[in-house]
Structure formats: C-alpha cells, structure tokens
Ligand binder design. Structure first.
Ligand code: R5P
Length: 308
C-alpha cells in the first residue's frame, strides 16, 4: 500500500505515516501558471492500495479539487483501490434543504468524490452521521472521542456535566457523559446568522460542577463562546470547551479569549493557525487513530473496535 498526502494538512499525514512506520508516497503538488491544480504521483502504484490524506480545510474548494485530481491520477496509474482519508469533511453542515432554493452541498461533494474514482472513504466526526448515506461506497466513520476521553480522564473532573450546545449535539454529548460517568445537560441555542448565535436556558443542573461543552466543530466560535458565558452565569465551577474540528474562522480566537473558558480542547484534523499564546488551548492528535484505521482497512479487518 501507499499513503499520499494532499497539501491541506501534510503534518497529519506524516503523523499517520510515522504511526505506521511507513514513508509517505512521493507526489508533486502545485499550480499551473493560470492557477489550475497540478499533480503528479511519482511512486509506482500499479496494483497497490492507495490512501490519500486530505482534510477539506481552508481553502476548502482548493483542498477538495486537489483531492479529486490526486484520485484521478492514482486511478489512471492503475492503483488497485483508493481510499480517501478525509479527517475533516467540509460542507457537512449543508446536509439538507433548510430553506427554499438552497443546495445540499454535502451530497454534491459526496458525488464528486465518488465520481473521481474513490473506492472507500475514511472520515471522522461528520457533522451528521447520516452523511455516510450520501455515498454509495463504504464509509468508515471514526470518532475522535477515544482520544478526547483518554485526555479528559486525566483532567480529574469532579462530578462532570457534559453539555450539548444545541439539540443536534445531544447524541455526541450523551456518549461522552456515559463514558465519563457524568450527567448530560442541553443548551437552548438559536442561530441568528452565519456568524452569531444566541444561547438561552440550560436544561440540567450545572451549578458548582465541572462542565465540558462538547461539539463536533468550532467555526466562528460563536457557539462555544456564548455557551461558555451562559454556563458561567449558571454557576459552573470549571468550563472546558471541547470539539473535534477546529476551523477557527473569522474572529474565533478573539471570541474564545473574551469568553475565557478554563480550557479549549481540539484535535489536529485541521491545521491550527496562530492561536494567541495565552489561550489555554490543547490540541490532541488523531494521527494514531487514523493510522490504526488505515492499517485495519488494508488488512481487511474490522475498524469498529476503534469506535466509541
Ligand atoms: C452546529 O450544529 C455545529 O455543531 C456547531 O455548533 C456549529 O457549527 C459551530 O459553529 P460556530 O463556531 O460558528 O458557532
């Protein structure tokens, strides 16, 4: 087998390769003078299984197009099968028609990836797990939770409460509560626009408790920062904001600094920009988890033991 990295997040791909003791395949990535994406796979892949690691992170469309082109190159070079390893699957929040005349872009992206020649997708913490059904090829959907839980176990949380910042997050928060032996709480949240949310009541008892606000993604950090403020106003003792994907768009760092949770825990599915030095940020690596899944897929073994 060979593992190739797109240009979105080579550090994570190297981490996966290191975990497996495999050197990444050689590939040239760049642009033609007119800005078209240019790809050349340098290693022979004929008859081999190929894995392409590409998070769909900023610039999202560039990362997506590059993935499609790499897959096309591998298919034409006679790879026996191609697995797209997509730690962060962008466009996942556009998964339904919430208003008239809007697209379902998550489905379009799934179609594009399948059409390019991918045989299998390995991804992590999709915004909605039903997105797996947008593909007619196998999708292995991992959760970063084992990495998160292992970390939280060491934090000495007392009587933790796991808070879902919206109804959509209840399943994820519930799984954390079960694993950590904590209680579940739910926040009432209303999205005002793409940049702002308004948080209302907390359903559940959080006064004097260590609260972990669990989400799949932090984008503008408007959810995380507003949730932190409400949780603090309700008397929480310690506040940990935790998510898998740290997009950290726009003024996310400023919002988090202002809201000042005691800790922010993310994973490295997306490369981290330049967080302010005083931000209490911990980034956990999911390279090992992805690497374990890659090797199991290669050996035709079950990957479900890696799930929560
Ligand atoms: C919403 O359904 C998601 O799970 C996140 O809560 C949301 O997308 C985070 O976005 P932001 O950081 O911009 O509030």
């Amino acid at each position: 087998m060979r593992i190739f990295s797109g240009s979105a997040h080579p550090r994570l791909a190297e981490g996966i390769g290191r975990h497996l003791g495999i050197e990444l395949g050689r590939i040239v990535l760049g642009h033609f003078p007119d800005s078209e994406t240019k790809v050349q796979v340098l290693d022979d892949v004929r008859g081999r299984e190929a894995f392409v690691v590409q998070s769909l992170c900023r610039p999202v469309n560039e990362s997506l197009m590059e993935l499609l082109i790499i897959v096309d190159a591998l298919r034409r070079a006679s790879a026996s099968s191609i697995c797209a390893v997509i730690p962060y699957f962008a466009y996942a929040r556009q998964d339904r028609k919430h208003a008239g005349r809007v697209p379902i872009t998550a489905k379009l992206v799934a179609n594009l990836i399948t059409t390019s020649g991918v045989n299998r997708v390995l991804t992590m913490d999709l915004h909605a797990s039903q997105i797996q059904g947008f593909f007619d090829i196998p999708v292995d959907h991992l959760y970063a939770a084992p990495v998160h839980i292992e970390y939280l176990m060491k934090r000495g949380l007392e009587k933790p409460v796991i808070l879902a910042p919206d109804i959509g997050g209840v399943k994820m928060a519930g799984a954390f509560a079960k694993r950590l032996g904590g209680d579940l709480a739910i926040l009432q949240k209303e999205r005002m626009n793409d940049h702002e949310v308004r948080c209302g009541h907390v359903i559940g008892e959080i006064e004097g408790r260590d609260v972990v606000i669990v989400d799949d993604v932090i984008s503008t950090a408007s959810t995380a920062s507003e949730a932190t403020k409400v949780v603090r106003a309700n008397g929480a003792k310690r506040i940990i904001v935790l998510a898998t994907h740290g997009i950290l768009a726009e003024s996310a760092f400023a919002r988090l600094s202002e809201a000042a949770p005691d800790e922010i825990v993310l994973t490295d599915t997306i490369p981290m920009g330049n967080p302010p030095k005083n931000l209490p940020l911990t980034v956990l690596s999911v390279a090992g988890l992805l690497g374990d899944a890659v090797i199991r897929i290669h050996r035709n073994q079950s990957v479900s033991s890696l799930f929560l």
